[in-house]
Ligand binder design. Structure first.
Ligand code: ARG
Length: 302
């Protein structure tokens, strides 16, 4: 039996557009608080309906973007590498993220404050490769450090369009060997890296990329996106996935959508190490020998 999906979310109690750190954000366009709460609760309900266990972070006044838990850190087995936010407006989240993980069964690793790294917003596994978005938020240097810590191959992808400032706004690993992307968010070299590295790449149109199609939450075969991505949903169905749409207009006003509102605590579906771990769980259950292909990420690495 595979483990129950486990996701971190944070209620939008203090959510709002209080500053402008990406082109989607304008203090003149405030989200409707009530609608934001309803949209968040609907997403929460969909994820519970998919069989996920949801853990909640306590929201903090003055930290409106804490709702975007994808940026809390990057999870690898029981290890979490905390985010180091580029903008001072989000740096206050760091201590809360540190205590949340520290009080649970995670080994917490910290990068130096000047090494900008925005967690699962910019670092996503597809199979055994860690794809690492840099320049607009995270830095190449920090990705190199992360790759050293977890001893994996990382491929850096330069993000060139400020609207797609985090990798998870333009690249979505769906399972090992298959991902969706919006090509124009990358430079030519980045596009080539993705084309060479991922067997099946679904191309998202400019129109649907703007509706945050790539910012999808994947739970098993279910892929949840913001409303307004019908072509992407057809492409997903053609590849054997089950797309679901839910309106997230109020979070788009801060430059986020479904995926940003979640952090997968047991590993993304597309992460090669997660597949190995699940295989090990199955093997142990049936008393077969474990899969010893690579060191188990269950063991703390430091
Ligand atoms: N307003 C937030 C920011 O600019 C949105 C973060 C969205 N998160 C994400 N993983 N893309 O940092």
């Amino acid at each position: 039996m595979t483990k129950q999906p486990h996701i971190l979310m944070c209620p939008p109690t203090y959510y709002g557009v209080q500053y402008e750190i990406n082109p989607w954000m304008s203090r003149a366009r405030q989200p409707d608080q009530l609608l934001a709460m309803q949209q968040w609760e609907t997403l929460h309900g969909i994820l519970v309906g998919c069989g996920a266990r949801i853990s909640l972070q306590t929201p903090v006044p003055g930290l409106p973007d804490m709702v975007f838990t994808a940026n809390a850190g990057m999870v690898y087995g029981r290890l979490v590498i905390l985010s180091r936010f580029r903008f001072p407006q989000r740096q206050g989240e760091h201590a809360h993220n540190g205590s949340w993980f520290g009080e649970r069964e995670f080994t917490v690793r910290d990068l130096p404050p000047s090494m900008y790294f925005e967690g699962a917003g910019d670092a996503l596994f597809c199979g055994d490769t860690l794809y690492a978005g840099y320049r607009l938020r995270s830095e190449m240097q920090s990705h190199q450090r992360v790759a050293e810590i977890i001893a994996c191959r990382a491929l850096a992808l330069e993000l060139v369009d400020p609207y797609y400032y985090h990798l998870d706004t333009c690249f979505c690993p769906l399972a090992p060997g298959i991902a969706a992307y919006f090509p124009a968010a990358f430079d030519h070299y980045g596009q080539q890296v993705l084309q060479a590295g991922v067997e099946t790449l679904i191309e998202v149109s400019a129109r649907e990329a703007r509706a945050f199609a790539c910012n999808a939450v994947v739970v098993g075969k279910t892929v949840i996106t913001n409303s307004g991505c019908p072509t992407f949903h057809r492409q997903l169905s053609d590849h054997g996935f089950e797309p679901m749409a839910t309106p997230l207009s109020e979070f788009v006003k801060a430059g986020g959508s479904a995926k940003c509102l979640t952090l997968r605590l047991d590993g993304e579906e597309a992460a090669g190490w997660k597949a190995d771990q699940d295989a090990c769980t199955q093997d142990t259950a049936s008393r077969k020998t474990g899969n010893a292909k690579r060191p188990s990420p269950e063991r703390p690495l430091d």
